[in-house]
Design a protein around this ligand. Structure first.
Ligand SMILES: [Mg+2]
Ligand SMILES: [Zn+2]
Length: 187
């Protein structure tokens, strides 16, 4: 599972919201890393807070359109985005989906039948590590804020400047899970 803004595309300036496709700028190193992982058989689910909708800054249709173009662009590079989940709510709505709440993670796992604790969440905001913790999966924190303490006594499982530096770690982690599964099957 992977975050969008600041992870796949450049973070909109000043804590703002992406309101048009023309402002979507790929974070090339991270997309390259996604490509490496895709080649190794990994698939992705995007999980993203889009409170710009709840704040009335951008409408849902525009966000959906941006996401469709993103998915198409990634697909053209061999990267399979299984689904995209967004929280459209205002931070004051107290919904159960806005990260760091685990609602979107649980929905994704339920709808796509995977074990949350056998997946990883990749993000750029220290709260992404908290969200992953709340959902029960390891986290990879990348980008300039990776060493910022999110509070709640949570630290990301792995931190690096870009996703490129995390590819080997992710493959190793999934490798240990596969080994554990195989050991159980042999018993
Ligand atoms: Mg982000
Ligand atoms: Zn929500």
């Amino acid at each position: 599972m992977i975050d969008r803004d600041g992870t796949i595309n450049r973070r909109p300036p000043n804590g703002g919201y992406l309101t048009r496709w023309d402002d979507f700028v790929w974070l090339e190193d991270n997309v390259e890393a996604m490509q490496q992982l895709a080649k190794a058989g990994y698939r992705f689910i995007v999980i993203s807070n889009q409170a710009g909708i709840g704040r009335g800054i951008v409408d849902r249709a525009t966000v959906d359109d941006i996401n469709r173009r993103m998915v198409a662009g990634l697909s053209a590079r061999g990267i399979d985005i299984v689904d995209v989940y967004i929280c459209p709510h205002h931070p004051d709505d107290n919904c159960d989906c806005r990260k760091p709440a685990p609602g979107m993670f649980r929905r994704a796992a339920h709808e796509h039948s995977f074990q949350i604790d056998r997946s990883v969440y990749i993000g750029d905001d220290p709260r992404d590590a908290v969200a992953a913790h709340n959902a029960g999966c390891p986290s990879v924190l990348i980008g300039p804020d990776r060493d910022v303490d999110p509070g709640d006594g949570v630290t990301a499982t792995f931190r690096s400047e870009t996703l490129l530096c995390a590819v080997a770690w992710i493959e190793k982690l999934f490798g240990t899970w596969v080994k554990a599964e195989n050991a159980i099957r042999k018993e």
